[in-house]
Design a protein around this ligand. Structure first.
Ligand code: FE2
Length: 437
């Protein structure tokens, strides 16, 4: 891509992303914009001004070398200064002020984008800083979508239903051959620091579910007393199950013999063939143990998603190196729910694993650490400060994740108790020697 094409590409990504932020913040009234819908989340108006503040810090001040618009609010919108639960008490910009601020920042950024050299400095090489800010805004858009899901009241968002299943009968599981593969990337221009560098990882042969675990399957776990038997749960998982009184995925309620769920203000029967969503990592682990299986490691997930046995190389996405289209995966809030399993045959990996990208984030068994050779860039707070055993890695993105913020190498992380995120899972097991043919 030439420099002028790259500038046009960035401008288009910024525009498209801002349209989504506007939809998420203009679809509710001012009262809903400033209210805290859950202690787990910021008021939507905080996310909005925080998006603008990060854009100002990186693109206006650092990349552009311009005068700050408002240094006085940096502290208010520094995610490390104030936990989400306390943000409603802060003297935040109101809805009109916040919209005005993000608009002013954007005008300056578009001017910077036209003038700044996109070479000679690592931060601007391939427009990385712009890509980082696009991804940051998209990540907050997904967070705001989760806030919408937590919000009480009538529906305000609308979208067509996802496509129906079209893949035909699929095997329950797929064998992923053992051996080395390339994990992570050193070449993806907008990959974030924690996805780097590319490195070789050995994985023993294993089987992985062809598709994510569905509501139908998960209901069998519930019906079989899955939530009542500590034997399926880890010690920490059972303690949390007891403390939080977990009995079903979040947003589910029982009505006689059937399960209903609340989804963006609507109540509806739980669709059996969709991937289960709004389960925490402990629930995913318990289901897997009950099924005689386990969660995949992060490396196993990535090998199932990217490894091409014909060439031995790792692809950018399961379907190849092309950017995602609506044929490949359920991404970008095009639909307000996961698609039924089998809905994206064109998105399958070379080994035949489906729906790894989009639909639901997938919990893995791995804690969040830097890859060998990790270097924090451009700031430690993007990921390094979260490395350790507190967080679990999630992969693949959800229906609420934008294509710009999702790749075969993309890593998300969260506490294993979190259920408000759009997370589900698939299971895996070791292959036995007699199964390797
Ligand atoms: Fe942020």
């Amino acid at each position: 891509m030439g420099t002028e094409q790259l500038r046009e590409h960035v401008a288009q990504q910024l525009r498209r992303t801002r349209q989504r932020s506007a939809l998420l913040t203009d679809s509710v009234d001012d009262d809903d914009l400033v209210r805290q819908h859950s202690r787990l989340m910021s008021p939507l108006v905080w996310d909005l001004a925080h998006i603008g503040n990060q854009e100002e810090i990186w693109l206006v001040r650092d990349v552009g070398g311009r005068e700050p618009l408002r240094t006085d609010i940096d502290e208010l919108y520094d995610a490390f200064q104030h936990p989400r639960a306390q943000r409603p008490q802060l003297p935040l910009l109101g809805p009109t002020e916040a919209r005005g601020y993000v608009g002013q920042v954007r005008d300056k950024v578009l001017d910077v984008l036209e003038r700044v050299p996109l070479e000679g400095r690592r931060l601007t090489e391939h427009a990385f800083a712009f890509g980082m800010i696009v991804q940051h805004e998209q990540q907050h858009d997904e967070t705001m979508l989760a806030t919408h899901q937590l919000r009480a009241g009538a529906p305000v968002l609308e979208a067509p239903p996802p496509p129906a299943a079209s893949a035909g009968p699929l095997p329950a599981e797929v064998l992923v051959p053992g051996g080395a593969f390339t994990m992570g990337t050193s070449t993806e221009p907008w990959a974030l620091d924690n996805e780097r560098p590319a490195h070789t990882v050995h994985v023993d042969p294993f089987f992985i579910d062809t598709v994510p675990v569905t509501n139908r399957q998960y209901q069998r776990f519930i019906a079989d007393g899955g939530y009542d038997h500590p034997r399926w749960w880890s010690e920490a998982g059972w303690a949390y199950r007891q403390r939080a009184d977990l009995t079903a995925p979040r947003f589910w309620t029982r009505e006689g013999e059937r399960w209903l769920r609340r989804r963006f203000g609507m109540t509806e029967p739980v669709p059996p063939d969709e991937p289960v969503v709004h389960v925490c990592c402990y629930e995913a682990e318990a289901y897997a143990a009950w099924a005689g299986r386990r969660l995949p490691t992060e490396a196993e997930w990535e090998k199932a998603a990217r490894f091409d046995p014909a060439t031995g190389r790792s692809r950018r996405y399961p379907w190849g190196d092309a950017d995602p289209t609506p044929e490949h995966a359920n991404l970008g809030q095009r639909h307000l729910q996961p698609a039924p399993v089998g809905a994206y045959p064109s998105g399958a990996s070379p080994l035949g694993v489906h729906q790894l990208i989009g639909d639901v984030w997938e919990w893995t068994s791995s804690e969040f650490h830097g890859y060998p050779g990790f270097v924090a860039f451009p700031y430690r707070e993007y990921s390094e400060v979260f490395f350790g055993d507190e967080y679990r890695v999630l992969r693949g993105g959800s229906f609420g994740t934008d294509a710009a913020a999702c790749r075969g190498t993309f890593r998300n992380w969260d506490y294993p108790i979190r259920r408000q995120i759009f997370a589900g899972f698939r299971t895996a097991r070791d292959a036995r020697p007699d199964e390797l043919g």
